[in-house]
Design a protein around this ligand. Structure first.
Ligand SMILES: [Zn+2]
Length: 211
């Protein structure tokens, strides 16, 4: 399967992020090159994914890019508590429509606190605590995600300059600090509903998202 030595042994700039597997996957969006990266040699492995369309390592134009954090409740359960699934959907449609782009899918559930703690935070929110304060009560930072791994994955794909699809200024800063040039920012639309309106408002008010 790994007859291309360069593929199996690629080591990214962040020395412990390695390209592990790659295949073209047919999806409802179209064919998507699915590249799996491993961080270190933990058991079970820590894996993240780059969903790639077109030649992202060539051309002058910034590469349309989203750095997306896993949301099991939103993406699998179609939870109404957040807009993660809609953002992932918009991002994949956009890169396929552009014929060139990357969605880096970081498997860091619940802004990095894990699924169990995220559901504990939901329990607090059901008692009226907002999303940021719920994390603080559980002893976590507002947003525990880091973007060094995403930057290493982008560098490995040959992407240096991006047009970043995000409403989150800390994501722009995180990537910039990790050496990726964010040449442009592309806003994503969020559709408020009765369950997530307050969540979106808190993201805008307390976390500086432009919604
Ligand atoms: Zn979500």
């Amino acid at each position: 399967m790994f007859d291309t030595p360069a593929l199996a042994t690629t080591v990214c700039s962040l020395s412990h992020v390695t390209r592990y597997a790659e295949a073209l996957v047919p999806t409802e969006y179209g064919p998507v090159r699915t590249v799996v990266y491993r961080v270190g040699d933990a058991v079970p492995p820590e894996e993240h994914v780059a969903l790639v369309v077109g030649d992202v390592d060539r051309g002058q134009a910034p590469v349309l890019t989203r750095v997306h954090s896993e949301c099991w409740t939103g993406e699998v359960l179609h939870s109404h508590k957040c807009d993660c699934r809609e953002q992932l959907d918009q991002a994949l449609r956009a890169v396929v429509a552009a014929g060139r782009g990357v969605v880096v899918y970081l498997r860091q559930e619940g802004r990095g606190i894990g699924l169990g703690n995220k559901v504990r935070a939901y329990a607090l929110q059901n008692e009226g605590v907002d999303t940021v304060d719920a994390n603080r009560i559980l002893g976590f930072a507002d947003d525990a995600r880091t973007y060094g791994v995403a930057a290493a994955i982008l560098r490995d794909l040959g992407v240096r300059r991006v047009a970043l699809m995000t409403n989150n200024p800390s994501k722009v800063k995180g990537l910039t600090d990790s050496g990726i040039v964010v040449a442009d920012r592309v806003a994503l639309k969020a559709e408020p509903n009765e369950h997530n309106a307050e969540y979106l408002a808190v993201k805008a008010r307390k976390m500086g998202h432009s919604l």
